[in-house]
Design a protein around this ligand. Structure first.
Ligand code: GLY
Length: 574
């Protein structure tokens, strides 16, 4: 097995002119000023894979001190809110899918919610045109955050006190941590937006550019975390933090009120599960389209012997592209928050229906999206997000995908509270047919309504084998999320690839509209050329699609944890 790590500490001390602070008395069992990034490891007791090495370390530290996978997932998410402000969050939302040691599977919805005074046309100007700046940036783009409620709701399955789980995040915010070259680049690219969408300049604004090795200290965020430590969810949804959020909203014409915050609830929902060739695949139900889309795509290939076509063969990629196209056409028409719109989930996952969807599939040529409409129902009846996968030796497996929507969300930091607010309102269909930031279109099913949750693509997923955890997987990437999870599952379950290859090999994406195949660097040129001859259009090649974090249980019972090599993502375990 290949195991490699990047020594950040040495690299950073060379790159950095400023010395990392001396390590003072700390309860952390890792050093936020000198750390390594492990991309792959095998562990016997438990493992965490997340977008940031310090967050993965915080999670494993909790496992080592007696916590289970749920404890570790909570601590990892809180640490990500500090060390990965692009998408780790307090001001956003997310989903958790878990298999508990008692065999039960659960899914938790802590998606953001439209504020009480939100309405269908709130992003249309006087001429009826969609104003994408308002839905994607600044105060009005934020939905009511769900993350803190979700963390406390999931805590019922944890073993350690919440006060302990939040402690690493508090220390990382209070005393700071060393940032990497890519984090410095990311913060530098944000400066103009930060100045435009904030009335009080947050700590991320800097007169001289950020560089690798700088220390990021977030005192306001530390105070917010301490209020949560002391008062629980009320430390966020009520009192000082709520007041700071509402004052921030008022300064920037946002509409989240004290009542919106106080009334927010995380909701346990029945997971979206289906069988695939002897495996049970467990995913998130509405308001995420992820579980249903993966179900549709897997079932549309099930009878096609894709394994015989071979990985990255023209036949396999063409088939998967057509399957992705059809699933996303259904997403645009039928999917939204099922508490507000009757989503025909049973019909959309019906095997006869899915076979009918493939009737006009032609293995020799592209089926243009103009002739693929959302399916005729039978009469009988997310880009920046972050994912973490956690497993423990007790039989708990947790997949969490959480988001601010765009990288750094609305770009607005709550003055005095130190965290970014989401811009999740853009995940609603702000006007029928108008693409959101991911190019996805929608209509009535996903129209804005007060209290409704916007349709998501987040796809935290578990695969169970003989009822026990086998794969824990997920990724960020907006609408590319379900197709990346789909491809990772096909790589593992059909092409029998190693976990590393299944995650690292170049991927692709089709979402019905726009009618083009998106590919990433390294996608085979010969396949692209062959598919162009069959009538497919390709968008410009992207640097990377998704950042998949995957844990697989090996035949010897050990956990194989692989962090995506498309970012600073890291695997930890023991
Ligand atoms: N904001 C990305 C998603 O929820 O799909």
């Amino acid at each position: 097995m290949v195991k490699y790590s990047i020594a950040i500490a040495g690299m950073l001390s060379l790159l950095s002119a400023c010395k990392p602070p001396q390590k003072s008395a700390s309860s952390l069992d890792f050093d936020p000023y000198h750390y390594t990034v492990n991309k792959k490891l095998e562990a016997e007791n438990g493992a965490v894979v997340s977008a940031h090495p310090l967050a993965s370390k915080a999670g494993v530290s909790i496992l080592k001190s007696g916590g289970n996978a749920v404890d570790a997932a909570i601590a990892t998410q809180l640490a990500l809110a500090v060390v990965y402000p692009n998408a780790g969050n307090l001001g956003g939302g997310g989903f958790m899918v878990a298999r508990l040691s008692n065999g039960e599977t659960v899914s938790l919805d802590y998606r953001e919610m439209a504020p009480g005074s939100a309405h269908r046309d709130m992003y249309l100007d006087a001429a009826g045109n969609a104003d994408l700046e308002k839905s994607q940036l600044g105060h009005l783009s934020s939905g009511v955050p769900g993350t803190v409620a979700g963390l406390f709701a999931s805590h019922q399955y944890a073993k350690l006190p919440f006060e302990k789980l939040i402690q690493p995040a508090i220390e990382l915010a209070e005393k700071g941590f060393i940032i990497s070259a890519s984090e410095a680049r990311s913060l530098n690219s944000l400066q103009a937006d930060l100045k435009k969408y904030n009335s009080e300049m947050p700590v991320f604004v800097k007169t001289i550019p950020w560089k690798a090795g700088d220390t990021l200290v977030q005192k306001d965020l530390a105070s917010t975390l301490r209020r949560i430590q002391k008062k629980g969810a009320a430390g966020f949804y009520e009192g000082e933090t709520a007041k700071l959020i509402v004052e921030e909203m008022k300064r920037g014409k946002g509409i989240i009120s004290l009542d919106d915050l106080k009334n927010y609830k995380a909701i346990y929902r029945t997971p979206h599960s289906f069988d695939y060739k002897g495996y049970k695949i467990v995913g998130m139900p509405m308001p995420s389209s992820g579980g249903l889309l993966v179900n549709q795509m897997m079932k549309m290939i099930e009878d096609k012997n894709i394994a015989a076509m071979g990985f990255h063969s023209v036949q396999a990629i063409q088939l998967m592209t057509e399957v992705e196209r059809r699933a996303f056409a259904d997403r645009a028409e039928y999917m939204g928050d099922a508490d507000y719109y009757k989503v025909p989930v049973k019909m959309l996952s019906n095997e006869v229906y899915l076979q009918t969807r493939m009737k006009n599939y032609d293995p020799a040529k592209a089926t243009p999206s103009s002739i693929i409409k959302p399916g005729e129902l039978l009469r009988a009846e997310s880009e920046e997000t972050t994912h973490l996968s956690v497993i423990d030796k007790e039989g708990n497996a947790v997949a969490v995908t959480t988001t601010l929507n765009n990288s750094y969300g609305s770009r607005t930091v709550v003055g005095g509270a130190g965290f970014f607010m989401n811009d999740e309102m853009d995940d609603f269909s702000i006007k029928p047919g108008v693409p959101n930031m991911y190019g996805a279109v929608g209509g009535e099913a996903n129209a804005i309504k007060a209290g409704k949750r916007m349709l998501s693509s987040m796809t935290p997923t578990l695969v169970l084998k003989d009822g026990k955890p086998y794969i824990v997987v997920g990724t960020p990437g907006g609408t590319t999320i379900p197709t990346q999870v789909f491809q990772t599952l096909v790589n593992l379950l059909e092409f029998n690839m190693s976990t590393e290859d299944a995650v690292y090999k170049p991927k692709f994406h089709h979402q019905w509209l726009p009618d083009e195949v998106m590919i990433e660097k390294g996608f085979p040129v010969a396949v692209k050329e062959a598919m162009q001859k069959m009538g497919y259009s390709f968008s410009r090649e992207r640097g990377g699609i998704g950042r998949t974090e995957c844990i697989r249980v090996l035949p010897n019972g050990k956990f194989e944890a692989v962090a995506d090599n498309r970012g600073d993502d890291a695997a930890e375990g023991y």
